[in-house]
Design a protein around this ligand. Structure first.
Ligand SMILES: [Fe+2]
Ligand SMILES: [Fe+2]
Length: 139
């Protein structure tokens, strides 16, 4: 059976940093796995596992970004880290909601999840990627 892909990776998601882009691609991939599970009516058996993985991977990804921020002595470290904490809480809350919802609502939640990640990537992570680039060319 073909895997449905709803959330395509596209170039406007690229922040211009290899490691960050790679992590983000993986995150989008997990969102797609969730979409596929919902689409095939396997939300109950698959979504919980994928969401656990998504939460785990999100936490690891945030730690990697935060380590880079500390290494380059990033001025917006605290604000960015606070956003990560907020996002983590929202993804955990979504997991609860997914467990209790109907298929229609699940797709809605998925769009919400994608928007959360998308907005963080293009606004907050993009700034960080620019700072990484600036610090690399300065040293
Ligand atoms: Fe971030
Ligand atoms: Fe990120």
């Amino acid at each position: 059976m073909q895997t449905m892909t709803f959330f395509n990776w596209h170039e406007n998601l690229s922040v211009g940093n290899k490691f960050i882009d790679g992590d983000h691609r993986h995150l989008i991939d997990l969102v797609n796995q969730l979409y596929d599970a919902i689409d095939k009516g396997r939300a109950e058996s698959v979504a919980g596992r994928v969401l656990d993985e998504l939460i785990q991977y999100t936490k690891e990804h945030f730690k990697r970004e935060e380590a880079v921020m500390q290494r380059i002595d990033y001025a917006e470290f605290s604000a960015h880290k606070a956003e990560h904490e907020n996002l983590t809480q929202q993804v955990i809350a979504l997991r609860e909601k997914f467990q209790r919802c109907e298929q229609d609502r699940a797709t809605e939640l998925l769009v919400f999840l994608y928007d959360l990640l998308f907005n963080h990537i293009i606004e907050v992570d993009k700034k960080l990627a620019n700072a990484i680039q600036a610090s690399a060319s300065a040293s």
